[in-house]
Design a protein around this ligand. Structure first.
Ligand SMILES: [Ca+2]
Ligand SMILES: [Ca+2]
Ligand SMILES: [Ca+2]
Ligand SMILES: [Ca+2]
Length: 474
């Protein structure tokens, strides 16, 4: 009987890991030691000041970390570039394309990179990675020809989450909220790396880094930030994705909202206003991707959430009912400006079936593609083996109605065999070709150590209402 239970547990863990794509209390610490490593990366971009080509949104939507990241996005990093950033031998530290953000930290007008390298032990081919602490890297003027980078120690072993820019403490400079999945390897290797809460990193103009922990230690596959209670400062939502169902204490199974006092101090509360009732019905609620955005123009942030969808197999789950396993849908929780959300105030997307496949949400981004004033939604997803991207374009028809218009307006919406590109996590809407409308540019693809192809200049060009895939052969 025990064996059967363990077998079931293993199969569930396997399924959850398959779809985990990568991939404490409050204190302030200076990170040390630091060292400078010369790097000899060559790129073709001139040393011109960066200027944002991002789509612009309403004031409340511009408070989200996703859009601040988009405002500081120049282009995606290719797998070849990421591979040049690795250092060390045994152990080796390797850059995960997803674990980074660009911003002009030193105020010289050019984008710098703050990212994370995962540690590989003696036998990385055996999957021996992410057991021990990795390293942060800070690269001055990332898109220039010569790069200098600073390596910074950390206790984080695995991130595979989000790096989101926002001004959390109101000092006029962006900090970086890092959402991590530090216990990612625990179930696989039977180890017990601690869960770590959200960390807010401050980087000064000399690239000195400090951080503080906020919220609960959760296993987080991504994160989202924005002014969720409409009081003018930046708040945080942190949501777990449970990798070992049946072992997490109850406080690690449900989402939280972290409300800012304006100075970067947070009080954290259950995200769900109907938490007690929800908890009595559902063992947990795992979510891979969640993004705050106002989708009904009432100037109150709503929240898109999702994990497995499409043709999800029937999972024998002894901890049923888990909300995401029961639900298998992507939806929007409607916000009321209080910072809390009710699980019943929800709209689910009705997506066209994609080849009857089991899909997993990897990203959600926002654009007004038909310029009617309603924010439309782009969803990025992947399949089990995570070598594919499948995009969905949803037209906002008003009155909380969304229509899947992918086949109508989005040409080249999927690639299943990784001939040119792999799955990615944060599609960006920027005017890539400079003609005044906003194109889709992929961002944050998979880890550089995977043998996945990431061509250098993929995007979807906006033409009228249509998006057309470009540069497959570039
Ligand atoms: Ca800079
Ligand atoms: Ca706020
Ligand atoms: Ca709203
Ligand atoms: Ca629209």
């Amino acid at each position: 009987m025990k064996l059967i239970k363990n077998k079931k547990k293993r199969s569930i863990i396997f399924i959850l890991c398959l779809f985990c794509m990568v991939i404490s209390c409050s204190k302030k610490e200076k990170l040390s030691p630091e060292s400078v490593v010369p790097a000899t990366l060559s790129t073709t971009n001139p040393k011109v000041p960066f200027s944002s080509k991002s789509e612009k949104y309403s004031k409340i939507n511009e408070t989200t970390g996703l859009i601040v990241n988009q405002n500081n996005f120049y282009r995606y990093i290719t797998q070849a570039e990421a591979q040049l950033l690795q250092f060390g031998n045994k152990p080796m530290y390797r850059f995960g394309l997803r674990d980074a953000v660009t911003y002009d930290f030193n105020g010289d007008g050019r984008l710098d990179l703050f990212g994370f390298c995962t540690r590989f032990e003696l036998f990385p081919e055996m999957g021996d990675l992410g057991r021990a602490p990795g390293k942060f890297i800070l690269i001055n003027d990332f898109y220039s020809e010569t790069k200098e980078y600073k390596v910074i120690d950390t206790d984080l072993c695995w991130i595979g989450g989000s790096f989101l820019l926002n001004d959390f403490n109101g000092d006029g400079k962006m900090e970086v909220a890092v959402f991590n999945s530090n216990g990612h390897q625990n179930v696989i290797y039977g180890i017990s790396n601690p869960l770590i809460p959200v960390r807010i990193y401050s980087v000064d103009s000399g690239f000195n880094v400090t951080y503080k922990n906020v919220g609960n230690p959760l296993n987080m596959h991504s994160g989202t930030t924005g002014d969720v209670d409409n009081d003018g400062d930046i708040d945080i939502v942190q949501w777990p994705l449970n990798l070992g169902r049946g072992i997490e204490p109850v406080e690690f199974r449900y989402p939280y909202v972290l409300l800012n006092d304006g100075n970067g101090n947070f009080k954290f509360e259950n995200f769900l206003s109907d938490y007690t009732e929800f908890k009595s019905k559902f063992y947990d609620w795992s979510t891979s991707i969640y993004e705050l955005f106002d989708l009904n123009n009432d100037n109150k942030l709503d929240l898109i959430f999702g994990y497995n969808f499409g043709n999800v197999p029937k999972v024998v789950d002894p901890w049923n009912p888990s909300y995401d396993i029961v639900n298998k849908k992507i939806g929007i929780l409607w916000g009321d400006g209080s910072g809390k959300f009710n699980s019943s105030n929800v709209t689910f997307f009705s997506l066209n079936s994609f080849q009857n496949l089991w899909l997993s949400l990897s990203g959600a981004s926002f654009t007004d593609f038909d310029t009617d004033g309603d924010i439309d939604v782009l969803l990025a997803s992947t399949t089990g083996p995570s070598k594919a991207y499948i995009l969905f374009l949803l037209e906002n028809k008003g009155n909380k109605v969304f229509e899947d218009v992918t086949s109508k307006y989005l040409e080249g919406s999927s690639e299943l065999d990784n001939t040119y590109y792999t799955h990615f996590y944060q599609p960006m809407f920027v005017d890539k070709d400079g003609d005044g409308d906003f194109d889709i540019v992929p961002n944050l693809s998979t880890a550089a150590w995977e043998s996945y192809k990431v061509i250098s200049n993929l995007y979807w060009e906006k033409q009228g209402k249509n998006f057309i895939r470009r540069n497959l052969n570039n």
